[in-house]
Write a protein that binds this ligand. Structure first.
Ligand SMILES: [Zn+2]
Length: 543
């Protein structure tokens, strides 16, 4: 994999914009409904934005955006405006841990799992002998307890600004911010938006209006004709490989949350969930007075439904196309609101993703592996060698945790044989490409060659498991009780490369880029966004 470049420091300065974007200085472009992009144009954005916005489309592969980009430009909605005002790059995630929690931690802190300590969405904790979610504190409530470093919330509040993170998922909103600011997510039991600590008054008012309930009655039907979806996607509604959702959504429209076994989960995998998050973002703008004074604030929004729909039906599906067309309009609504409330050109933005995804395995000559299959195979191998016992503690990607009793085997040869047998059982899977001892890849990451570096950056010497395994291209991992169409969690480009659209301070509208401008190391994004808001780089803050 070729080395991504860092963002030029001068990109944050209006005077450097011409050099930054290679001389593109056209101010034609977004000029209202008759121009290439709807919305209010920004002839020359302020060099001192009052609000910095980070939008995350959860599970948004670079390849999928490239497939949809021409159609989105023709729509003249939110994406067209982003491309006419922004710099379109390919963002590169730094490690093999292409998963939601580590990915959001990369975006929010600039650190890979080896430094953030956020290894996966959930991992086995050796000291307490249980698997815990990435943002599940030791007292059971959502928190950033396991995050070893500071993030954008810490950076913006350090200078007296405010920071709000919004998502359906607690891990997404918390890890975009770090240890300070106001993360907001859906509490499914309460059917309300939750935060750490006491909810601010505006959030209590919002919850008092019960905004989630009506969404449960919203049946998802396509926003354009079936013929148009067929034309856009080049496939049928129920193409081979689509699964739908475990709560009873199949592979063809329409989808009615009320008919699902879990209406709230079902609703969160439909486009109204994006509408809901934009509604919360607008309420936060007003309630927190984001961007109202000269001290820059931060607003981060992570669109989780994008991930659920990707998993269920794949990115080539009618469902993902329809969700994208609808999200296009929601992003346009948000951009217009930012112009109205904060002021045209008074905000800066980045739009990117926590990880990509594989095309449907059926199109890749790939397949699917459940974690129970991995657990069964490794347990059988260990039992055959060592006798019946609890030898395997956890198998969640990217590592298998082995019981400490194996490492306590006194005879070195017996010990190594047992570990090798477990590794051989993983290598026997047709969909597993590589199996390694984690200890061989821990530490000194930056000095290692690219493949080993990407493994090293995923490993925390204290917290990680003992055996690393990597799927082959087109093979996706999933929980046995949660079948998928597609997935993510691999070292492959389809998981590591995501779109990155930057709308920096001092920008001006221009013709949309014909091709992505080159790779950007996503570990630089948090410091770049802090720089947009004249906040200290998260990397420089103590923790
Ligand atoms: Zn994700």
């Amino acid at each position: 994999m070729s080395g991504p470049r860092k963002l030029a420091a001068g990109c944050a300065l209006a005077v450097a914009m011409l050099a930054c974007r290679g001389g593109s200085s056209s101010t034609t472009g977004a000029t209202g409904p008759t121009g290439p992009a709807a919305g209010t144009p920004t002839r020359q954005a302020s060099a001192n934005p009052k609000l910095v916005v980070l939008l995350v489309l959860d599970q948004w592969p670079a390849w999928a955006f490239e497939n949809k980009r021409a159609a989105l430009l023709a729509e003249r909605g939110g994406f067209a405006r982003l491309l006419a005002e922004g710099e379109w790059h390919t963002g590169e995630h730094p490690s093999i841990a292409t998963l939601t929690a580590p990915g959001h931690a990369v975006l929010g802190t600039g650190r890979p799992p080896s430094e953030s300590g956020i290894l996966a969405n959930a991992w086995y904790h050796r000291d307490t002998n249980k698997r815990m979610h990435a943002t599940e504190g030791s007292d059971g409530t959502p928190s950033a307890e396991w995050l070893r470093v500071s993030g954008l919330g810490d950076a913006f509040t350090a200078r007296g600004g405010k920071a709000v993170g919004i998502s359906l998922k607690d891990r997404a909103s918390i890890l975009l911010l770090g240890h300070a600011g106001t993360p907001i997510w859906i509490d499914k039991k309460a059917l309300a938006f939750a935060t750490t600590g006491t909810p601010p008054a505006w959030l209590q008012t919002l919850n008092g209006s019960r905004p989630i309930e009506p969404k449960l009655s919203t049946v998802w039907t396509p926003s354009v004709s079936p013929a148009r979806l067929a034309e856009l996607s080049g496939t049928i509604d129920a193409q081979p490989g689509e699964f739908g959702q475990k709560y009873g959504f199949g592979t063809t429209f329409p989808y009615d949350p009320k008919k699902a076994t879990d209406p709230t989960d079902a609703m969160m995998g439909t486009p109204v969930a994006n509408t809901l998050l934009v509604d919360v973002a607008l309420a936060a703008l007003a309630g927190e007075q984001l961007g109202a004074d000269a001290t820059p604030d931060l607003l981060a929004v992570s669109f989780s439904a994008h991930d659920y729909i990707g998993h269920g039906w794949g990115h080539e599906s009618w469902e993902m196309w329809d969700m994208t067309l609808r999200l296009d309009r929601e992003i346009a609504r948000l951009l217009t609101a930012l112009d109205d409330k904060v002021g045209a050109g008074q905000w800066a933005m980045a739009v990117t993703s926590d990880h990509g995804a594989s095309p449907l395995p059926e199109t890749m000559n790939g397949g699917r592996i459940s974690y129970d299959q991995i657990l069964d195979a490794t347990r059988r191998a260990a039992n055959a060698e060592l006798g019946s016992g609890e030898w395997i503690l956890d198998t969640k990607y990217p590592t298998v945790f082995i019981a400490p009793q194996i490492f306590a085997i006194k005879n070195e040869r017996d010990r190594n044989t047992a570990i090798k047998k477990i590794m051989f059982s993983l290598r026997a899977f047709p969909g597993i490409a590589r199996v390694e001892r984690a200890a061989d890849f821990v530490g000194n990451c930056e000095a290692r060659p690219p493949d080993a570096r990407a493994i090293c950056r995923a490993l925390d010497p204290e917290r990680s498991g003992d055996i690393v395994y990597l799927p082959k291209p087109g093979w996706v991992l999933h929980e046995s009780d949660d079948p998928v169409g597609t997935g993510h969690g691999s070292p492959h480009d389809y998981d590591r490369l995501v779109p990155l659209i930057l709308l920096p301070p001092g920008r001006s509208a221009h013709a949309p880029d014909a091709a992505a401008r080159g790779r950007v190391d996503l570990m630089t994004l948090a410091d770049t966004l802090a720089g947009y808001g004249k906040a200290p780089a998260p990397r420089t803050l103590p923790r």
